[in-house]
Design a protein around this ligand. Structure first.
Ligand code: RIB
Length: 295
């Protein structure tokens, strides 16, 4: 299998379990506090590595204990960290996360060193050796654009957190993986059923995206390449914490594709991995190993 490059954020997640989310201005007493390794980029890199991928991570951390712990975690699952650099002037990224009784979350990120991952940090990255390059939107857009140009035709963009995107980023993407909210922001269509998924995907294809996978939460995931399309349903599970379900999905999907699995097989693999992750607390801590996901 050829390698997978993941470019993105690394955070330390500070998580409180609560019955319900506080209203604006309200203080509530929550439950247990957890400190977890997180960040969309790091979660996706760890998911891909834990699920059998050969992963190189490109990221930026601060010169502090959170950053050092994060890198130790990446190395422990076999990620190549040669392109994880340290910013001496910024703290490592952190995220304040509240998880309610249904497993739903609310997240505020303090990006810190993630904000100084710049195009210059890509200059030594060997994009030719990689089969796929996976990115999200928690690091500067100029860096994502530079990577999309350097690795045209092999870039996978998970457009999270949701934001409007320039036409020159979408044009030439191998794959985009929005959830329903992100799909609506990018296309104006909220995908609720196969017909609306097809409409949203068609708009993304028109903008130059080769393949589209829309994640639908408990309803699974939808795939389109502009000719064929299908929906993969998700197993029914009891959600404890949905944090990083999308990240697990993306990490698993790129592993399946890098291994040469077809779209249906890779999407089913990713849906199963994400379904397991929501039954556990934490981001990277909730990602299953390969054997748990095999059918
Ligand atoms: O996708 C989940 C992640 O979003 C969390 O780990 C948090 O760090 C934020 O980046």
């Amino acid at each position: 299998m050829k390698s997978i490059i993941v470019i993105g954020s690394s955070n330390t997640d500070m998580v409180v379990k609560t019955e319900r989310f506080p209203k604006p201005g309200e203080t509530i007493i929550g439950g247990e506090f957890f400190l977890f390794a997180g960040g969309k980029g790091a979660n996706q890199a760890v998911a891909a590595a834990k699920l059998g991928g050969d992963v190189c991570f490109v990221a930026r951390v601060g010169d502090d204990s959170f950053g050092r712990q994060a890198v130790e975690g990446f190395e422990a699952v076999g990620i190549d960290c040669h392109h994880v650099s340290t910013d001496p002037d910024q703290a490592s990224g952190t995220a304040m996360i509240t998880v309610d009784a249904s497993g739903e979350n609310s997240i505020v990120v303090a990006p810190g060193a993630n904000n100084t991952l710049l195009p210059e940090h890509l200059s030594e990255v060997d994009f030719t050796a990689a089969s796929l390059v996976l990115m999200q939107l928690e690091t500067p857009l100029e860096t994502i654009l530079a990577a999309a140009q350097a690795a045209r035709g092999k870039c996978v963009l998970n457009p999270a957190p949701a934001q409007a995107l320039p036409a020159n980023l979408l044009d030439g993407l191998f794959l985009i993986t929005p959830n329903e909210t992100e799909a609506e922001l990018l296309t104006g269509v909220f995908p609720t059923d196969p017909a609306s998924c097809v409409r949203a995907a068609k708009i993304l294809h028109t903008k130059g995206v080769e393949n589209v996978v829309i994640t639908l939460g408990a309803a699974g995931a939808f795939f389109s390449d502009g000719n064929d399309h299908f929906t993969v349903s998700a197993p029914v599970v009891k959600a404890i914490d949905t944090t990083a379900a999308g990240d697990t999905f993306n990490g698993a999907l790129v592993v399946g594709l890098a291994e040469g699995q077809g779209w249906r097989e890779a999407t089913e693999f990713a849906v199963r991995a994400a379904s397991i992750s929501v039954t556990r607390m934490g981001a990277q801590a909730s990602v299953p190993g390969r054997r748990e996901v095999e059918p």
